[in-house]
Design a binder for this molecule. Structure first.
Ligand code: GLA
Length: 310
């Protein structure tokens, strides 16, 4: 544990596919993206956090406590927009872990961050976001088995553009029926189970299509994922559905879907390179962020080409 000042930095994430399956031990395919949170800190008499974004202290403190750190005075800066689906919480948690314990195994750090988030919020989140922020890699997506925690990198082509549309509905997970959906899925409520089973098949198909360069297939899978999240898992909203349908109609957009926990938040779209301007124009005022894949805070602990846990 640092005895003096420390700095940690971690990215936000997108999830390409595999939604609401991580807490069931399913396979997910997120990627770290080039929006970052940086935290500095130093041991102090009590826990504190100075940040433009309110509400981060319980998260940052919970990570410190998970890692056995004494109280820290911390300061955070971030361009991961809070509440909009890029997992600003994972970026904050993992940046604190990376600052306090840069030597730690990345998977172990991600698990400590997941426990910290659960403790700080009471939301029984899965481990996807923390893994992506810890172990994502530039030029890749991270195929993660949330049951065994085995993971491997899948190359993500340079000429495929990640677009994230902010629905404008910013929410804290604790204010959503996230825990309720999780319980329904665990109990095997038929419609919820139909989403989980079909989504797991889509993750496998998506990873294969990404590796084979089958772009049309990627788009079809995104659309099918959205319909399943909308109709079977019921985590979309009419406003988000309207954004998704607008995105589907743009030439050069392969597909789009609601991303992350849902209940507002953001929409993920994949575009052919060059379609960015017409895409943003067609979205007619809804804020669109174009993202590139980026390195996670612990990415150097993951072998570049093939998998296995780090
Ligand atoms: C949030 C949670 C994740 C995951 C997604 C839905 O982002 O933090 O663990 O469950 O929702 O896929």
């Amino acid at each position: 544990m640092p005895e003096g000042p420390w700095t940690g930095r971690a990215p936000g994430r997108v999830n390409l596919i595999g939604e609401h399956v991580d807490y069931l031990g399913g396979m997910v395919l997120p990627a770290a993206v080039d929006r970052f949170t940086t935290v500095t800190g130093a041991p102090s008499e009590r826990w504190s956090l100075v940040s433009e974004v309110p509400g981060g202290l319980p998260y940052a403190r919970a990570v410190g406590e998970e890692l056995g750190a004494p109280p820290q005075a911390m300061q955070a800066w971030s361009d991961v927009p809070p509440g909009s689906g890029l997992s600003s919480s994972a970026a904050l948690l993992v940046s604190v872990a990376a600052g306090l314990r840069p030597d730690m195994d990345g998977a172990a750090a991600a698990l400590a961050c997941q426990r910290a988030e659960q403790r700080a919020t009471g939301v029984q989140v899965g481990v996807m976001d923390q893994f992506a922020a810890a172990l994502g890699r530039r030029g890749h997506a991270l195929l993660l088995d949330c049951g065994t925690l085995e993971h491997r990198l899948v190359p993500f082509p340079d000429d495929l553009v990640i677009a994230v549309i902010d629905s404008g509905v910013h929410r804290r997970l604790a204010d959503t029926p996230y825990n309720q959906r999780r319980r329904e899925a665990e109990r095997g409520v038929p419609r919820r189970r139909r989403h989980v089973e079909s989504e797991l098949a889509r993750v496998a198909a998506f990873a294969a299509a990404l590796e084979a360069g089958e772009r049309d297939r990627l788009g079809e899978l995104l659309k099918a994922s959205h319909r399943s999240l909308r109709d079977d898992f019921e985590v979309s909203t009419p406003d988000v559905d309207a954004l998704v349908e607008r995105a589907w109609a743009v030439s050069g957009c392969l597909g789009a879907r609601i991303m992350g926990a849902g209940f507002g938040g953001s929409v993920l779209a994949l575009l052919d390179a060059g379609a960015e301007t017409s895409f943003a124009a067609a979205l007619d005022g809804a804020p669109v962020r174009f993202c590139k894949t980026a390195d996670g805070a612990y990415s150097s602990s993951l072998p570049l080409r093939r998998g296995g846990s780090a």
